[in-house]
Every structure is written in C-alpha cells, then in structure tokens.
Design a protein around this ligand. Structure first.
Ligand code: ADP
Ligand code: MG
Ligand code: ZN
Length: 482
C-alpha cells in the first residue's frame, strides 16, 4: 500500500443559522411538518422575485475571515441550471466565478503530528434544495420544500489531504470553527453539515489519479468507513493494472460499500449565468473590517490561551477546544470549582471515553459545567472518591438535559457517599490484613507493591467507597503493629 499516495479534497455544505431563508422570509427551522415553511418565492411561483437575506452574506464573510480567506468585494449570485424534482425553479441560485471568500486555509496536524495547512479554494453562498420522501412501501415519492431556500455555504478545499486521519481532523477543525463563530449549528445528524468527499489514488511520483466523489456524507464515522473502503477499492484496481473511473458514489451503510450513483465522464454543464433578478453584492472595506473585529476567540487562539492560563499541554488544550460544547463545559466548570486540571482530566479521559462508548457527539452531552464542577468539589472535599466520581458521570449520561440532577442528589440516592468513619475503615483494614497474611509478609520484607494490593482489596470490599487517604494511613499504622 505504501507505494500509493492518497489524495482527498472536501466540498462541505453548512446550513447557515439564519432565522429566515436566503431569498424569502420563511423560517429555516428543522423538523416542521412537510411544506409548512414555504411561500410563493421558495416554491418558485411565476412572477416572484428573490431578495437576498443580508445575514447570509454576513455569515459567509465571517466564515471566510475565520478560515483565512480574502473577501471578494464585487460578488454576485449566479444560476446553476439543472432539473431535479426537489428544485422547483430548475436552477439553484449559487455563485460561480466570484465567490464571496477565496484562498483560505485551516491548519491541522498530519499523521506524524506536524502542522499542515489544508488550503480552502473558495467559500460561496447558495440555496439548499427541497427533500424527496420516498415511500417505504414503494410507489409514491413526495416532495417537501421546507428546506428549499435554506441558506448554505459551500466550503471547497484543495485536494490537500493525504489520509483519512487528515480528513477527520480537517472536518472536525472546520466544524469547531463554524460552531465557534455561530454561523451554523453543524448538526450532522440533521444534515446541517455534510461533506462531498473526493478521493483518488496514484503511484508515488505519478500524476494524480481519477477521482471519485462520495456525496452527502454526514457522520465522521461513515466518512472514515467509506474512505477505508474506497481507498482499498481504488488501490486494488490500480494494482490489477486497471484505471479508476471518475464516478459519483453513494455510501451504502447496510452493505458497507460504495455504490455508483452516476458516471461522470465530463463535468456537468450547468450553464451558469448571473441571476438577473438579483443585484450585485458590493462590500465596503468598513463592512469587512467590522466583521473581522467582531470575530470571537477562534479555537486556535483559545487553545493557546488554555495553555498559558490553565497550564495545560498542547494536546489537552487542543482536545478541549476542538468542540465549542466541550470548551464551554470546561470553562463553566472551572469558573465554579477553580480546578482546571481536574476538569480537563474528567473531560479528556472520562467524558471522552463515555462519548466514544455510547457513540455520542459532544453536543449530546446532557449536563453542563455546573454538574461537572459539583463532581469535582465532591471529590475534593472527600465526600466521594474519584472512582465514584466517574460512576456519577456515567449516571449523568443516563439522564436527559431536561431532567438533569445535581450529582449530590445522585450520590445520596445511590448511597455512594465515601466512608470516612475511622472505626469502619479500621474494621475493613483488620479484615483484609487477617485474610492476606502472605501480602503482609511481602510488605514487611520490603515489597512495597503489596500495599497497593491490600488497599485495592479494601476498596473492593467497600465497593469503592472507602476514603483512600484514610485507607492508606490506617493500613500503614496497622501493619506496623503486626
Ligand atoms: P466538481 O465541482 O465537479 O465536484 P471541482 O474541480 O470543483 O469539481 O473539485 C471538487 C473537489 O474535488 C475539490 O474539493 C477538490 O479538492 C477535489 N479534487 C480535485 N481533484 C482531485 C483528485 N485528483 N483527487 C481527490 N480530490 C480531488
Ligand atoms: Mg463536487
Ligand atoms: Zn419562502
């Protein structure tokens, strides 16, 4: 496999978090009854005219500035002509040769951990299409135009990624930037962030191969699975002396393979031309400056601040700032409990493990920094041990945002309060010492590791509830007496 190089470029669509659609006043809200968020404009009734929503331009410029693009001050909207039943006008209003944002980049780590820039060719604004709902029983297909006219930005990268790890990091970084500047909610499961993944392979030092495009991927996990499959498929073709056909593919989750949607011999002819119904988009220097000056602290900058302010390693700081949700929980917790190290550890190790096990995204964490701070304080004041702290975290994940409980309440309900009663601990220690004379002898002969075993046994006996400092102290005292 090493003799082949992998080339990947992404076209990412993000639905903008504006209240209304791009060319009319219909709401953009997700999940409404079909065809309740529509009007004559977004259903393309004859004689209607589009009016550009100013917020869309502002959000796109914000995204461009946050990804190091230069802004086109003489921009415009163009018609991209094609027929499809979810597109009532038979053309999509998009941008062709004068996209709002150009030549940016996002910095990521490559697989060796070195910094690498993934170039962004352009970011343009466009309208989303409607949605076709195919009947499960076959036969009917119904069109829902609620999504028609929802504003999108399309962020087109150069083919600069060389592995699936780089794709994952690029997309996560892009998502965290868009969330941070609040231009999109980036809910992948609702389709507000979706990527077309272009991939080709070639022999080292040879020209780039033909690319295949996997359309509309909306989860990190399927992108990884699809890339894995597609990389192997293309390399196999090359190894057998064949050539990869340029195709548009779809990932079939059930079959766990890519399937062909259409062949793409030549670029489709969309007969782009400037939309005569819309005026040019002219942006002043002040307009752009003003947006630039009002950008929030971006993830890269936040990372640097965490390293100095909270004395975190680069890796930990990166971890925490990779998601707006994680960094919010972190900062809120630290504000209350003043223990950055403890908050960072619980998020990076314990919360991350639970998210991974439960296959959840960060925004699905049901609790806030308040609950996390409360766990940290309960550990600090000795009410619970740190292992119980982890159990409380697990417990919080079983609750919903609406029915969140104070960790204090949970430990009372479950009877998880730490045992710090000296008499009770002495009793446990005596019992463990009596049951393990071998370990006692080992300890006495200088094998200090035996103590950890004895403490572990006592913890087991008390189901993790014994105060560990007291256990250690009383074990030391009692062994001395033997
Ligand atoms: P289209 O709009 O028809 O899909 P573009 O030329 O705009 O075509 O390319 C779209 C995407 O394909 C870009 O993100 C680009 O980085 C990527 N790309 C271009 N060439 C290759 C290649 N040889 N291998 C992988 N990705 C590629
Ligand atoms: Mg494409
Ligand atoms: Zn409308």
């Amino acid at each position: 496999m090493d003799e082949y190089e992998i080339v990947i470029g992404l076209e990412v669509h993000a639905e903008l978090a504006t209240k209304t659609k791009i060319f009319c006043n219909c709401p953009t809200e997700f999940g409404a009854e079909p065809n309740t968020h529509i009007c004559p404009v977004c259903t393309a009734m004859p004689g209607t005219l589009p009016v550009l929503n100013e917020k869309v331009v502002e959000y796109a410029v914000k995204a461009g500035l946050a990804t190091n693009c230069w802004i086109e001050q003489n921009s415009k909207n163009d018609r991209k002509n094609y027929f499809y039943p979810d597109l009532p006008k038979s053309y999509q209003i998009s941008q062709f040769d004068k996209p709002l944002c150009n030549d940016g980049y996002i910095e990521i780590d490559d697989d060796e951990g070195n910094k690498k820039k993934i170039r962004i060719l352009r970011i343009h604004i466009e309208e989303d299409a409607g949605k076709l709902n195919h009947s499960e029983h076959g036969g009917d297909t119904l069109v829902d135009l609620n999504r028609a006219g929802v504003p999108l930005i399309e962020i087109v990268s150069e083919p600069d990624m060389r592995s699936k790890g780089e794709v994952d990091r690029y997309l996560r970084s892009l998502k965290s930037i868009l969330e941070c500047i609040e231009v999109s909610d980036c809910k992948m499961q609702e389709g507000s962030l979706r990527a077309d993944v272009n991939i080709s392979v070639h022999k080292k030092n040879a020209p780039f191969g033909n690319r295949c495009e996997m359309k509309n991927m909306n989860s990190f996990k399927t992108i990884q699975a699809a890339l894995e499959y597609e990389i192997n498929r293309q390399i196999d073709i090359c190894k057998n002396g064949g050539t990869v056909e340029q195709e548009t593919l779809r990932w079939d989750d059930a079959k766990a393979q890519t399937v062909v949607m259409r062949n793409k011999e030549n670029a489709q002819d969309y007969r782009y031309f400037p939309d005569p119904d819309l005026v040019a988009i002219k942006l002043s220097d002040e307009y752009i400056e003003n947006i630039k000056n009002n950008l929030p602290e971006l993830p890269e900058k936040k990372k640097a601040r965490y390293m100095t302010e909270f004395e975190l390693s680069e890796k930990d700081a990166k971890n925490l700032t990779s998601s707006k949700h994680l960094s919010k929980i972190f900062e809120d917790a630290v504000e209350i409990c003043k223990n950055a190290k403890a908050a960072a550890n619980l998020i990076i190790f314990d919360i991350a493990r639970i998210l991974n096990d439960k296959e959840l995204e960060e925004e699905e964490i049901p609790f806030t920094g308040k609950e996390l701070a409360s766990i940290i304080k309960l550990i600090e004041d000795g009410t619970i041990s740190s292992s119980i702290g982890k159990k409380v975290l697990e417990e919080l994940f079983t609750l919903s945002k609406e029915n969140m409980k104070d960790p204090k309440e949970i430990i009372e309900e479950k009877g998880w309060v730490q045992v710090s009663d000296e008499n009770v601990i002495k009793e446990v220690v005596s019992k463990i010492l009596a049951a393990n004379p071998g370990s006692v002898a080992d300890y006495k002969s200088g094998k200090t590791k035996a103590m950890a075993f004895l403490v572990g046994q006592a913890m087991k006996e008390t189901k993790g509830k014994a105060n560990p400092q007291m256990l250690n102290k009383i074990f030391a005292e009692e062994i001395d007496k033997i």
